[in-house]
Design a binder for this molecule. Structure first.
Ligand code: C2E
Ligand code: MG
Ligand code: MG
Ligand code: MG
Length: 289
C-alpha cells in the first residue's frame, strides 16, 4: 500500500509539474511575440505628496494584454522573463514607453508629473542599460529628473561593485533612484551611505497593520527618521486606509501610494481623474476643496 501511495503521489506531482512546465514554455513562447505585437501596456499608480496634497509623481507598472489569457499582472510573467533573459528587452520597452508618456504630457496640465519605472537586478547587469536610458530620454526630449528608477535591495547583496557603478552612472545622468520594497531585502543599511539613493519606499507589509501593530509603527517611524536624517525622501506603499494616511502624515512621511488614493490605471484614466481633481486624499478633500 505504501508503495502504491508513493507511486500515486509521484504521478500526481509529475503530472502537475508537467502541466506547469508546458504552461511555462507556452508563456515563454508568447512572451517572444509580445514585444513584436505590442502587447505590453503601462498602468500608472499616483503617489500623493503629503505636504501639498498633490500628485506630482506616478509609478509605471507593466501589464501584458495577452491575446488569449487577458490582462496579466507582472507577477505572471516578469519572473519568467528574468529567467529567460527576455527581461532586458522588456525593460527597454518600459523605459521607452515611460519616456514617450512623459513627452506626451509636455505642454499639458500633467507636465509636472514624474514617472518611476521598476527595474530588476537582472536588468542592471546589462552594460547598455544606462546608454539606453540616456538615448530614450534624449530622443523624447525628456529632462532626466522626470524619470525615476525603482530597484529592490537584492542589488546590494550581489555584484555590489558593479551595481554601485551602474547606479552612479544613472545618478550622474540625472535620473532619480528609489529603493523599492524597503525593509524586506535582508541587506545591510550601509548601502544607504554608499549609494546615491533619493527615495526609499517602505514595503507594504509594514504599512498594512501600521495602525494596529506597535512593531510595524515603530519600524515605519524609524525608517522615516533614518531616511530623513540621511536626506532621503520616503514613500509608503500599500496605503489602503484613512487611518494609515493619518499615521503617515503625523510622522512626516513624504509620499503615499496605495489603493486608498488610486489603483494603477491606464494613462487616460489617470488624466481624467487628475483633471477632475479626484485624486486627492479623502481627508484633504474636506479642508482643501
Ligand atoms: P512594486 O514595484 O512593489 O509595485 C507595487 C505593487 O503593489 C503593484 O502590483 C501594485 O499594483 C500593488 N499595490 C499598490 N497599492 C496597493 C495597495 O494599496 N494594496 C495592495 N494589496 N497592493 C497594492 P503589480 O502591478 O502587480 O506589480 C507587482 C510587482 O511587479 C511590482 O512591485 C514590481 O516589482 C514588478 N513590476 C511591475 N512592473 C514592472 C516592470 O515594468 N518591470 C519590472 N522589472 N518589474 C515590474
Ligand atoms: Mg515599484
Ligand atoms: Mg514595492
Ligand atoms: Mg513589491
Amino acid at each position: 500500500r505504501a508503495k502504491d501511495q508513493g507511486r500515486n503521489t509521484y504521478q500526481f506531482y509529475t503530472e502537475g509539474m508537467q502541466e506547469r512546465e508546458v504552461m511555462r514554455l507556452e508563456l515563454d513562447k508568447d512572451l517572444n511575440q509580445a514585444l513584436t505585437n505590442n502587447e505590453f501596456v503601462l498602468y500608472f499608480q499616483p503617489q500623493l505628496d503629503l505636504d501639498t496634497g498633490r500628485i506630482n509623481s506616478v509609478e509605471a507598472l507593466i501589464r501584458w494584454q495577452h491575446p488569449r489569457r487577458g490582462l496579466l499582472p507582472p507577477g505572471d510573467f516578469i519572473p519568467l522573463a528574468e529567467e529567460s533573459g527576455r527581461i532586458t528587452d522588456i525593460g527597454r520597452w518600459v523605459v521607452m514607453a515611460a519616456c514617450r508618456q512623459l513627452a506626451a504630457w509636455q505642454g499639458t496640465p500633467f507636465e509636472h508629473l514624474r514617472v518611476a519605472v521598476n527595474l530588476s537586478g537582472r536588468e542592471l547587469d546589462d552594460d547598455a542599460l544606462v546608454d539606453h536610458i540616456r538615448e530614450a530620454l534624449e530622443s523624447e526630449q525628456v529632462p532626466p529628473e522626470r524619470l525615476e528608477v525603482e530597484l529592490t535591495e537584492e542589488i546590494f547583496i550581489q555584484n555590489i561593485e558593479r551595481n554601485r557603478e551602474q547606479l552612479s552612472r544613472l545618478r550622474q545622468l540625472g535620473v532619480h533612484l528609489a529603493i523599492d520594497d524597503f525593509g524586506v531585502g535582508y541587506s545591510s543599511l550601509g548601502y544607504l551611505r554608499d549609494f546615491p539613493v533619493d527615495l526609499v519606499k517602505i514595503d507594504r507589509s509594514f504599512i498594512t497593520e501600521v495602525t494596529e501593530r506597535h512593531d510595524d509603527a515603530v519600524i515605519t517611524h524609524a525608517v522615516i527618521n533614518l531616511a530623513h536624517n540621511l536626506g532621503i525622501r520616503v514613500v509608503a506603499e500599500g496605503v489602503e486606509a484613512e487611518a494609515q494616511l493619518d499615521f503617515l502624515r503625523h510622522h512626516h512621511c513624504n509620499l503615499a501610494q496605495g489603493y486608498l488614493i488610486s489603483r494603477p490605471i491606464p494613462a487616460v484614466g489617470l488624466e481624467e481623474a487628475l483633471g477632475k481633481g479626484r485624486l486627492v486624499a479623502p481627508a484633504m478633500s474636506h479642508s482643501e476643496l
